[in-house]
Design a protein around this ligand. Structure first.
Ligand code: AHG
Ligand code: MN
Ligand code: MN
Ligand code: MN
Length: 333
């Protein structure tokens, strides 16, 4: 008998006193928003919502029309949720408080509404990444400072990937579990319970166009992979780069690998490219819950104390033995 997201959530609620029902109801609401975003991506070429919106976001990126549509769908679909105090998004400069009266035990939702959006006009995989934190200030209206919690404080992390199939992958701290959208019923069905990342791999993911900018530990690691059986690793490696973090992380959750977006010598990426609060932190929780590791090279990503809503961080995540090797190279430069 197949288990759908609602049943999984009800079972988790019944067996898990770590989180109240309100959290699971919020997760279900977010999943329904992802289902709507999948439909919007699916029909974009048919209804003329491909291409650029002609404005830049707070990141300095040119927004795609679908970046804005996905953001609007997440906002509209969650604003009325009584357990939600405020949201933060890659596509919004400031946080947005919901209209709910302040009550104790509410949550903060953070999201990247459309990840890998440079892929969206070439029909390559894109996704949505989300993270849920407890709102520390139970009485006063939520502030931006409330969002600046280390990733270890997340009560839920997840993503949807809009690829050949639409999948939802999430964790509430008890393993990482994958659900596949059954388009006819609109249900997310549990297809990948307790995903587990192999400790070893022969596959790495990095944008090698930036090689000349990398710092020496990353250069050493990648050069050794490229040297294959002729080099110190004494095995051949393969390289994959989908240019959508959700797709590269999904592959790693399914068959292992290591994903790197390091900081480099350029001003624009001196802290890396990926955003800590709504890309690196949720993906790091999902990877760790699946037995992998996620590091900046110097420290565990989930232990970073944030200082700004849209701050960036270097990310090296995936198969444990590879991330340990990368940390070793960074500590012994
Ligand atoms: P977003 O589309 O949300 O801005 O994120 C894109 C990110 C991430 O998904 C991906 O791994 C990375 O950018 C790709 O960077 P390059 O364009 O340098 O390959
Ligand atoms: Mn973007
Ligand atoms: Mn992104
Ligand atoms: Mn995005």
């Amino acid at each position: 008998m197949s288990i759908n997201l609602s049943t999984f959530i009800a079972t988790e609620c019944a067996s898990d006193d770590r989180h109240p029902v309100a959290l699971y109801q919020l997760i279900h609401q977010v999943a329904m928003c992802c289902r709507d975003i999948a439909a919007a991506v699916d029909r974009s070429a048919l209804v003329g919502t491909t291409g650029s919106a002609g404005v830049d976001n707070v990141q300095g990126e040119e927004q795609k029309k679908l970046d804005i549509i996905a953001n609007d769908l997440m906002m509209e679909g969650t604003q009325t949720h009584t357990a939600l105090a405020a949201v933060a998004s890659e596509e919004m400069a400031r946080i947005s408080r919901t209209s709910q009266e302040r009550t104790a035990g509410q949550y903060l939702l953070l999201f990247d509404p459309l990840d890998g959006s440079s892929n969206v006009d070439i029909n390559a995989p894109v996704g949505t990444i989300f993270s849920i934190l407890k709102c520390p200030s139970a009485r006063a209206p939520a502030t931006e400072a409330d969002f600046l919690q280390p990733g270890s404080e997340q009560v839920c992390a997840g993503y949807a990937i809009y690829g050949p199939a639409t999948m939802l992958v999430l964790t509430t701290g008890d393993g990482t579990h994958g659900f596949t959208l059954e388009r006819d019923s609109g249900e997310f069905v549990l297809t990948h319970p307790r995903m587990s990342i192999p400790a070893r791999t022969r596959e790495f993911a990095i944008n090698t166009a930036n090689t000349r900018h990398w710092e020496s530990p990353v250069k050493r690691y990648v050069q050794e992979c490229m040297a294959g059986t002729n080099g110190p690793r004494q095995q051949d490696f393969n390289m994959r780069w989908v240019a959508a973090m959700v797709a590269d992380v999904h592959r790693i959750l399914l068959r292992g690998g290591v994903f790197l977006y390091p900081q480099d010598a350029r001003e624009v990426s001196r802290f890396g490219k990926l955003r800590l609060l709504y890309e690196a932190n949720p993906m790091s929780m999902l990877v760790e819950q699946a037995g992998g590791m996620s590091s900046t090279g110097q420290q565990r990503v989930l232990e970073i104390q944030p200082h700004a809503l849209h701050q960036r961080t270097p990310v090296m995540l995936g198969s444990r033995e590879e991330v340990e090797r990368l940390e070793n190279y960074h500590h012994h430069v």
